[in-house]
Design a protein around this ligand. Structure first.
Ligand code: CP
Ligand code: NVA
Length: 300
């Protein structure tokens, strides 16, 4: 594994290896065992979109590993004034040991990896969010002990989260059911991959998707960059809400995850959110551990 660009690139073994290391790093952190595995290394973090979790967890994680993180806002980089990503990649490769990038187009992340000579980590694009889904898988395994026989349902937009969850959950052996409105389904690249699995289902009906689900996941109706579509999306996604009615279809002990930020009373009710807050904030914490594992695998 040279980069983390998208879940489609990872084998099941690579995913499990990352999760095992993440568990170990979490244990060590909780027990005060230092792990300076990236001593003297630097990570550039390019942000073309806002972030709370990704920025803080990567920055803190790099510090805990003995390395140094640089926050690079696109407003300040020449990239924001049109310097090509091909040139940025070749320059930054001469200073840094790794780059994490959050941006719009997946192509930009792929291009960084083609032109640069250091590991590239995708910190979210419009297409996918692999760091989040590694943390989600870590959380599911932590709460359930294994992935055996589990079903994940995702309710809402066929967006970056739905894409990465579909691929990640299928790769570790879970059943996946997606409920997306017409016009908001995942792209063909994801559906072609998922279509090869017998335990994959795509429906327009949230209650069908939720039936017997062990893990219920949703995400915002309008993602970063889609602010102008918010009103239209509110109409399209009405009914695609994780609420008591939907949870009644899921397994009685189902867990609920949300990558955050959450919009209460839109994609999830306040009541369901708060009933599952322990799971959701464990998931947020696990961003730190999962990403540290990714950085160690790629940069140590
Ligand atoms: N879930 C997630 O990536 O959060 P941020 O946008 O705050 O980084
Ligand atoms: N789908 C959301 C995820 C945020 C972490 C977005 O892209 O804004």
């Amino acid at each position: 594994m040279k980069h983390l660009l998208k879940m489609l690139d990872l084998s099941t073994e690579e995913i499990i290896d990352i999760l095992n290391l993440a568990d170990q790093l979490k244990y060590e952190l909780k027990h005060g065992i230092p792990h300076p595995l990236l001593k003297g290394k630097t990570l550039g973090m390019i942000f073309q979109k806002a972030s709370t979790r990704t920025r803080v967890s990567f920055e803190t994680g790099m510090y805990q590993l003995g390395g140094y993180p640089l926050f690079l806002s696109s407003n300040d980089l020449q990239i924001g004034r049109g310097e090509p990503v091909q040139d940025t990649a070749r320059v930054l490769s001469r200073y840094l040991d790794g780059i994490m990038i959050r941006t719009f187009e997946q192509k930009e992340v792929e291009m960084l990896s083609e032109y640069g000579s250091i590991p590239i980590i995708n910190g979210l694009t419009d297409f996918c969010h692999p760091c989040q889904v590694l943390a989600d898988l870590m959380t599911i395994r932590e709460l359930r002990g294994s992935f055996d026989g589990l079903k994940m349902c995702f309710i809402g937009d066929g967006n970056n989260m739905a894409n990465s969850l579909t691929v990640g959950c299928l790769k570790v052996g879970m059943a996946v059911s997606l409920a997306c409105p017409e016009g908001y389904r995942p792209p063909d690249e994801i559906l072609d991959f998922a279509g090869k699995y017998d335990n994959f289902e795509l429906t327009a009906d949230p209650l069908t998707a939720a039936k017997g689900a062990d893990v219920v996941i949703t995400d915002v109706w309008a993602s970063m960059g889609q602010e102008s579509e918010a009103e239209m999306r509110r109409k399209a996604f009405a009914g695609y809400q994780v609420n008591d009615r939907l949870m009644a279809e899921a397994a009685p002990d189902a867990i609920v995850l949300h990558c955050l930020p959450a919009h209460r009373e839109e994609e999830i009710t306040e009541k369901v959110f708060e009933a599952h807050a322990n799971e959701i904030f464990e998931e947020a914490e696990n961003r730190l551990h999962a990403q540290k594992a990714v950085m160690v695998k790629l940069m140590a």
